[in-house]
Each structure stands twice: as structure tokens, then as C-alpha cells.
Design a protein around this ligand. Structure first.
Ligand SMILES: [Cu+2]
Length: 392
């Protein structure tokens, strides 16, 4: 028995632990990072038949991740208050160690994978190895155990320490590969948004809705405070999408590599100049969701936040009309133009149709007062020069 314990201890310290850790590192990044390759139609069709992780499994696991709904006061002065109802839910870092509450099917599946499977396995293995090492150090120190054992083989033990890591790997691999397959298998897109990273702001183009473009700059501290938005996360023009719609996101950049991501959607994708990367999300909860540029892209990398507002279909149609766009297959209501103002940050552009020519993009550029009061206010001419449509 002593021999068995000794061998088990040595095996755990030098054999099983690295194997298990390797399993984590081998599977986690692949599962966590949606990548760029466009899925084939065949895979898409299959994905619709096989839904993601069941909600009843994942919901309890993530129900207590954040638990903090923002107070009404926080969002009372929302940027979009003039035309869209105040967001009732805000996805943003909340100061806890856990990942944000997930509002997409993929996000819930991935959060379940992380919280229910990976984290317990990592914890159990780490504690097990730690205890074994403490035991070995104490029990077999020279003073207590002067004559070492010369045992070299134990068939049963060798079978065990081979099988257990294999089973652990299989238990991780099956949901991991399923998650990866689901990420690569988006349902048919209801809406396409092209996201372009620029130094240091984002532009969003809606090719399905008249190809209008909005320029999204971070709010200055003063503006953010005035509107009740979080510092360094609030923007003057949010990306707006309808709730429950499958949104295809085409991500690119005009200058250097950026990375567009919204943690609450479990979406993050590099924005590479000259390349169109694709991802998708399906937000199932109306609200306002914040993200950041996730790639070190220059001096103001930290000051190009992302804000996505998820609204009802009607509100989305009204917002599209306010930007001069059209809904596919529908005539934009003309009355909206009179009643719907552009977000309060950009009243000058309200109601004016977005020009289609790339060179005229200066008309849609934000007013200078909308941009943070820092020294790095991007000149209007540079925004026109980096118009995403000019790169196509
Ligand atoms: Cu960036």
C-alpha cells in the first residue's frame, strides 16, 4: 500500500498534472475565441437543427455570476433617450472576478463550459496535486524515510494514471468541440453590420439598410458623466441591433490591427486591415452592452470603446430611419424623420440622409464637441480618408 501511495504521488506530481494542464490550454483558447472563417452553408444548415447548450443547464451556472442590475439612475440619461427607451440592462465590467452575464446562446454555452466544467476540473486537479506534493514532502523527507523504495513497476497504477487523464481529456473535448462547431455554425443572418476599426474610433456600416455608416467616438469624461454613462465606455453613436436577430458582423480595420469584442456576447475578433473577418451573435436580451478594443493598436488604444444597444425590431427600424437608412423589404416611415432625432450628441446630422458617396462622409462625421476633449481628436479629413467604403 505504501508503494502504491508513493507511486501515485510521483505520478500525480510529474505525470498527470502536466497532461491535464496541457488539456486545458489546448482546448480553452480554441473554444473561447470565435474565429474568422466563414461557415459553409452545409454547416449552417446543420447548426439550425442542433441548438446550442440547453439553457436549463447553463442558466443556473451563470445565474449568480453578476447578479447586479444597474440602477435606473445609472442609465437615466442615456444617449439614446431621445429616440430609444432607456436601456434596462447594461452589460459592463462589474468589479467581480467572474465573466459577465451572457446574453447570447453561444455565450451561455461557453460560460457553462467554463464555469461548470473547466473551472472545477482545474480546481480539483490543482488541489489534488498540491496535497500529494505536501504529503510526499512531509512523509518521504530524508529524516522520516532514509531508505528509498526501489519499486519500478505497478501495472494497475500505470493503467490508472494513463486512463484517468484520457478520460479527463475526453470529458473536456466533447463539449469543447461542440462549442467550437456551434460558433462556426451561425443561423441565417438577419442583419449584417460591417465594423471598421480606426485609430482610435469605430465605424459601423449597415449594408442591409441602405449602407449608411455611423462613426462611434468615445465620450469625454465630462460628457459621460453628464449622460450617466460609464467613464471610458460610453460612446456618442452606438451600434444598434434588434433583439433576437442573428447579426453577422464583418470586422476589418483601416489602419492597424484592432480587435472588436463585446464580452456579454462572447464575441471578440481581430480587425485586420485588408481582411474581412466574420463572426456573429444573437443577443436575446435588450440592453446596452459595452466592449473595448482588444488589440494594442496605438496611443489611444484604451479610448476606443464599443457600445452595442439591443432594441426591439420597431425601435431598430426607427433608428435606421433616423440615420437615413431603410429596412429591407419595407418602406421607411416618413413620419419618423420629423419625430426621431439623432442621438443628442449629434443633432446637426439629424434627419439628413447619409450620403452614399465615400468622399462625402464628412457630413456624417461627429461634431468636434462629440469627441473627447483630449488632444487626439481625429481630424474630419482623416475619417473621410479612412471611410470603410473606400477600402472595398
Ligand atoms: Cu484599437
Amino acid at each position: 500500500m505504501k508503494t502504491l501511495l508513493k507511486l501515485l504521488a510521483v505520478a500525480a506530481a510529474f505525470g498527470m498534472a502536466p497532461a491535464a494542464v496541457a488539456a486545458q490550454t489546448a482546448t480553452t483558447p480554441a473554444a473561447a475565441q470565435p474565429t474568422a472563417a466563414p461557415p459553409s452553408d452545409a454547416i449552417s444548415a446543420r447548426s439550425q437543427a442542433s441548438p446550442a447548450q440547453p439553457e436549463e443547464v447553463s442558466d443556473p451556472a451563470i445565474a449568480n455570476i453578476t447578479g447586479e442590475e444597474p440602477s435606473d439612475a445609472t442609465v437615466a440619461k442615456s444617449t439614446m433617450a431621445s429616440q430609444l427607451p432607456t436601456p434596462t440592462y447594461i452589460g459592463q465590467p462589474n468589479g467581480t472576478m467572474n465573466i459577465q452575464d451572457q446574453v447570447t446562446p453561444i455565450g451561455r454555452e461557453a460560460a457553462w463550459f467554463h464555469n461548470v466544467l473547466l473551472l472545477p476540473i482545474i480546481t480539483i486537479i490543482s488541489i489534488f496535486v498540491l496535497l500529494l506534493m505536501i504529503y510526499v514532502v512531509v512523509r518521504f523527507r530524508r529524516g522520516a524515510h532514509p531508505v528509498p523504495s526501489r519499486t519500478t513497476h505497478n501495472t494497475a497504477l500505470e493503467v490508472i494514471w494513463t486512463l484517468v487523464p484520457v478520460l479527463i481529456l475526453v470529458a473536456i473535448a466533447i463539449p469543447s468541440i461542440q462549442l467550437l462547431a456551434n460558433q462556426y455554425s451561425p443561423p441565417k443572418a438577419d442583419l449584417t453590420v460591417k465594423v471598421t476599426g480606426n485609430q482610435w474610433y469605430w465605424t459601423y456600416t449597415y449594408p442591409d439598410n441602405g449602407d449608411f455608416e455611423i462613426v462611434s467616438n468615445m465620450l469625454s469624461d465630462a460628457d459621460a458623466k453628464q449622460r450617466g454613462e460609464p467613464r471610458l465606455l460610453g460612446v456618442d453613436e452606438r451600434m444598434v441591433v434588434p433583439v433576437g436577430a442573428t447579426v453577422k458582423v464583418i470586422v476589418t480595420a483601416s489602419d492597424v490591427i484592432h480587435s472588436w469584442g463585446v464580452p456579454a456576447f462572447w464575441v471578440k475578433l481581430d480587425a485586420v486591415p485588408g481582411r474581412l473577418n466574420e463572426t456573429w451573435f444573437k443577443a436575446e436580451k435588450p440592453g446596452l452592452y459595452y466592449g473595448q478594443c482588444f488589440e494594442l493598436c496605438g496611443a489611444r488604444h484604451a479610448y476606443m470603446p464599443i457600445a452595442v444597444e439591443v432594441v426591439s425590431q420597431d425601435q431598430f427600424a426607427a433608428w435606421v430611419a433616423s440615420k437615413g437608412g431603410t429596412m429591407p423589404g419595407a418602406v421607411a416611415p416618413t413620419s419618423v424623420e420629423a419625430t426621431v432625432n439623432s442621438p443628442i450628441t449629434n443633432p446637426g446630422a439629424a434627419g439628413s440622409p447619409v450620403p452614399t458617396a465615400g468622399g462625402a462622409a464628412t457630413e456624417t462625421s461627429p461634431e468636434p464637441t462629440n469627441i473627447s476633449a483630449g488632444t487626439a481628436t481625429p481630424p474630419v479629413s482623416s475619417q473621410a480618408a479612412t471611410d470603410s467604403r473606400g477600402n472595398q
